[in-house]
Structures are given as structure tokens and as C-alpha cells.
Ligand binder design. Structure first.
Ligand SMILES: [Zn+2]
Length: 483
């Protein structure tokens, strides 16, 4: 007995030592002390952002008419405001309003890089509820206000400011740089980025890497990290909505049968919510753990450094919140349910729409098989719902040169931030570019806390002028670091 006890104590001590050693050698991936001479950007850039906001380049729905006056005006404004870009880069226009600039590099043996942004914005919502008018571009000395100041005119203007600056300094890149600005990102991006991507594919272009919007420099949004965290999306989830339909004889509610169309649909929805796809740690989340873990307090660091032992705990941490859960599984969200017209009539038809956001490694086909298996009732018809559908992207590696260029540039412009790859939960124009590069990163140098997140697609969108200028510096450094 005593021997067994001794052995047990010895084993626990060994385990403890292994955990501590693994925690101590859990190496940081952060770049430190990478100084750079970043120019001071004059107030012209702020004036340009304000002006950009004033063009109401709103995307409503895929079939609503385009405000050609606003979109043409915006295009002319860009050409006029960036004379060096207009004269030294080649500009091509796709479907009237999307722009592709080509800045030819010196070295044709290097693969090009692509910087992306979109020039359309979502509608302002309740205009009267805004503190400043949504298309005023008002500058109050600290912030520029209005639709697009975070998503995504800030990025587009920042890219153009940085290129104009470099051209002014006589800079010529080694690799060719494409600037791709879509005009319909908010309504699928098919006509804009989609057309640009298929043209580049026809031309046989393979890019070293692509940087599009997506994630941001976040403040107070990653648990247990006090510093700002710059998150870079290395994969995008897939998107699928399906409609469930059941039809059965109805009748008077005084003599109900055991089943009805409504009951069948209700049961199907219940089953789909209760039997979801299995949670799984994918590449981007594993990378996130490896980049964020070493920056955490010791006890949390010990958990992330010892995934082999604490996998269950890590999974439970993720599964406990909606956003955490979305990182580790294909989500199931019932969004529409329709049936019935009168309280004493059993409806003959019931419908539900369920939206799935698909984890990389699973396909829309897998989800359809899963739905059929879980619903397991031939009386419930399963059909695709008429909306966008996309496959999850592959995960782009965090050790590819493109990612390292982004890392270094962030280290130079946001040195106080922790940097990490992660899974992006939303969608971006870059999903159209999967044939152009395996290295697609989703990040725009905007700084946001959770309150600012609500401003994106919400009310009172605004950007801090000093952060906006740092964003320009980021692209300025990124171009230089990539060449
Ligand atoms: Zn956007």
C-alpha cells in the first residue's frame, strides 16, 4: 500500500514537472523591437477619408439598382485624389465600379502580392439615431464619423495613401502589387471581387499572398490578455442555408392528430439544434492557441502549453460562449420559421430555415448529409434556401512569407499589440480569390473594442484619427517589408 502511494506521489510530481517545463518552454511568437522610420502622414489623408464617406456607395440587395451617381463620383474622386497612383499604376474597371490597379514590380521572378478592400458600404439604418450624420464624414478633431470609416473605406483610403506616399518617394517595388477594390462586397462580392478574381485566374496569376479586410486590432476582446490583440484571419468559414418543408393534412384544432406539418418541422429543428456537428480544433484555432497562449498569465499559459493533457478543458472554454463555440464547430442557427394563420386551424404546411457556418475541413455536401441523417424523416423536405452559399476556405499557413511580412509590419506600427492568427467568423471578398493564392490573410489595421464592433454595420461608425494614420503606416511598411 505504502509503495503504491509512493508511486502515485512520484507520478504526480513528474506530471507537475512536465507541465511546468512545457509551460516554460512555450515559446512566444511575437515580434519585438522591430523599429521602422514611418513617415508622418499629413492631414490630407484625413480629409480624403472624410470625402470618401460622403459618397453614398451603398449596397442594398443583390437586385436593387446601383446608385451610379455615387459610385461614379467615388471612382472619380479616387482618381483625382491620388494623382501618382492614377499616372503610374494601370487601372482596370470591372462591372463599371470595381477597380484593379497594377503596380509593376522590378523583378518578374517574384510572385505578386494583392492588397484588397471594398468601396461599398451597408445602409446607415436609422439615420436620425446617429450622433453625426452617417454620410457627413465629420471630423471632430479626434474622430472621423460616418459609414465606411471602419468598414471598409478606411482600409481602401489607407492603402491608396500609402502607395501615393511611396510613389512620391520614388519607390519601385520588387514584386508586382495589385490593389483590388470591389464594389459589392456587402452583397456577396460576385460582380466585383468575383470578376476581378476570375480575370486574374484567366491571366494565370498566382499571388505570393493576399491581404483583405476581416479581423482587426482588438482591445479587451481576447480573454486574459490586457494588451491589444491584432488578429489575422487565416481561414473563412463556409455558408449554407437550408429550408425544411413539411406538408400534411390539417384540420380543426379540436380534433388534432398525433402529428402535423408544424410538429414535424418543430421536431426537425429541435433535433438539428441538439445533434450538431462535432467540435474540432482546426489549424487556425490551433495557431491561435500557439500565438496567444504564451502571452497569457502563467496558469492559463500552462493549460494552453499542455494541450495533450487539457484538451477537454480547452474545448469546454471554447464551447461555453457563442463566439468561442463558433470557432470550434459548424454552427447551426434556425433563423426563420413559418406556419399557421389562425389559432384554431391546424396548418397544412410548415417551413423553417436553418443557417450553417461551416468549419474548414467540412463541406456543404457533408452538412446536407448530416441534416438528412439527423432529421431522419422523409416527410420533411430538405432544399437549399435561396441565398449565398460558399465552401469554407483552406487554412492559410502562419509560417508563409506573407504572414511573416504582416507580422513584422504590425510589430513596427502597433508594437504594443499581441499578434495572432485566428479563424474568421464573418465573410470577405477574399473568398473569391482562393484560386489565386493559398496564402490569404484577413486583417485591416483598424482598432476596435466591443463597443466599436457594434458600430460596424450599426450606428455611429467612426474611426480615431491617430489610429487611422497608424493604419496607413502599416500598409506603407507592409509594401516595403514584402519587397
Ligand atoms: Zn467589409
Amino acid at each position: 500500500m505504502k509503495k503504491i502511494l509512493h508511486l502515485l506521489i512520484w507520478l504526480i510530481a513528474m506530471l507537475f514537472i512536465v507541465i511546468v517545463v512545457k509551460t516554460l518552454v512555450f515559446r512566444s511568437h511575437q515580434v519585438r523591437n522591430v523599429k521602422a522610420e514611418i513617415p508622418d502622414f499629413s492631414n490630407d489623408c484625413v480629409v480624403h477619408l472624410s470625402e470618401a464617406v460622403r459618397f453614398k456607395t451603398v449596397s442594398y440587395t443583390t437586385d436593387s439598382p446601383v446608385d451610379t451617381f455615387a459610385f461614379d463620383g467615388y471612382k472619380n474622386f479616387i482618381q483625382k485624389s491620388y494623382p501618382l497612383v492614377a499616372s503610374k499604376l494601370t487601372m482596370e474597371v470591372f462591372n463599371n465600379f470595381s477597380l484593379l490597379y497594377t503596380w509593376k514590380g522590378k523583378n518578374p521572378s517574384l510572385k505578386p502580392m494583392i492588397l484588397m478592400a471594398h468601396l461599398d458600404v451597408v445602409p446607415p439604418g436609422d439615420t436620425a439615431a446617429w450622433e453625426k450624420r452617417p454620410f457627413s464624414g465629420e471630423n471632430d478633431g479626434n474622430y472621423v464619423w460616418g459609414r465606411g470609416t471602419l468598414d471598409d473605406k478606411a482600409a481602401m483610403i489607407s492603402i491608396l495613401e500609402s502607395v501615393e506616399k511611396l510613389l512620391g518617394e520614388g519607390y519601385v517595388p520588387e514584386r508586382t502589387i495589385y490593389l483590388s477594390f470591389g464594389h459589392d462586397e456587402e452583397i456577396s462580392g460576385r460582380r466585383g471581387a468575383g470578376t476581378i478574381a476570375s480575370t486574374l485566374k484567366e491571366r494565370g496569376i498566382h499571388a505570393e499572398y493576399i491581404l483583405d479586410e476581416g479581423m482587426a486590432v482588438t482591445k479587451g476582446m481576447v480573454p486574459m490578455i490586457k494588451k491589444p490583440v491584432a488578429l489575422i484571419g487565416t481561414a473563412e468559414k463556409g455558408y449554407l442555408s437550408v429550408k425544411l418543408t413539411a406538408e400534411m393534412a390539417g384540420g380543426h384544432s379540436s380534433t388534432p392528430e398525433k402529428e402535423s406539418a408544424l410538429i414535424l418541422i418543430n421536431r426537425a429543428v429541435y433535433r438539428l439544434v441538439n445533434y450538431q456537428m462535432k467540435p474540432r480544433v482546426t489549424g487556425p484555432v490551433n495557431d491561435f492557441i500557439n500565438y496567444i497562449g504564451p502571452e497569457m498569465p502563467f496558469y492559463a499559459k500552462a493549460i494552453f502549453a499542455n494541450k495533450w493533457l487539457f484538451k477537454g478543458i480547452i474545448m469546454n472554454i471554447y464551447k461555453s460562449s457563442g463566439s468561442g463555440n463558433a470557432l470550434v464547430r459548424t454552427t447551426t442557427a434556425p433563423t426563420i420559421i413559418q406556419s399557421g394563420v389562425k389559432d384554431n386551424i391546424i396548418p397544412t404546411k410548415a417551413e423553417a430555415v436553418i443557417n450553417f457556418r461551416i468549419l474548414p475541413g467540412e463541406t456543404t455536401g457533408d452538412i446536407l448529409v448530416h441534416i438528412e441523417k439527423v432529421v431522419a424523416d422523409p416527410r420533411v423536405k430538405i432544399s437549399p434556401f435561396d441565398s449565398e452559399k460558399s465552401e469554407a476556405t483552406i487554412s492559410s499557413p502562419a509560417n508563409a512569407p506573407g504572414f511573416q511580412f504582416i507580422l513584422k509590419s504590425l510589430g513596427q506600427t502597433f508594437p504594443e499589440a499581441v499578434i495572432s492568427p485566428t479563424m474568421m467568423l464573418g465573410s470577405s471578398d477574399s473568398k473569391h480569390f482562393t484560386a489565386i493564392s493559398d496564402n490569404i490573410y484577413r486583417f485591416a489595421p483598424i482598432v476596435v473594442n466591443s463597443e466599436d464592433m457594434a458600430r460596424i454595420h450599426g450606428l455611429n461608425e467612426r474611426t480615431l484619427i491617430s489610429d487611422f494614420k497608424r493604419g496607413i503606416g502599416f500598409y506603407y511598411q507592409l509594401i516595403r517589408n514584402s519587397n
